[in-house]
Ligand binder design. Structure first.
Ligand SMILES: [Zn+2]
Length: 93
């Protein structure tokens, strides 16, 4: 996840809600997920926070919306509608 080659062994990451094994990740990433309560919203907010404060000119700091989130939702909705259309077409045959 962090792109670094781990010098320690990888952790088997679990989804603590379902107990399903997710993936092998390094210890740092595993701890980072745990500290953020494995909440994507918190992790996103943290990323935004860092990016906001990484700006050189404080006047440029703005609470800009994350462009990827709404477009992703639109894509997902589009895919969903397509599969519904296909099912409808199939049942009419
Ligand atoms: Zn890592």
């Amino acid at each position: 996840m962090c792109g670094e080659k781990p010098d320690q062994r990888l952790c088997v990451d679990h989804n603590h809600t379902t107990n399903a094994i997710r993936d092998l990740i390094c210890t740092n990433c595993n701890h980072a997920l745990g500290k953020a309560k494995e909440d994507p919203a918190i992790l996103r907010a943290m990323a935004e926070y860092l990016e906001r404060h990484a700006q050189r000119d404080p006047a440029e700091v703005k609470y800009a919306p994350v462009p990827s989130a709404p477009s992703l939702q639109r894509e997902m909705g589009h895919t969903l509608n397509e599969s519904v259309d296909r099912r409808t077409t199939h049942s009419e045959e």
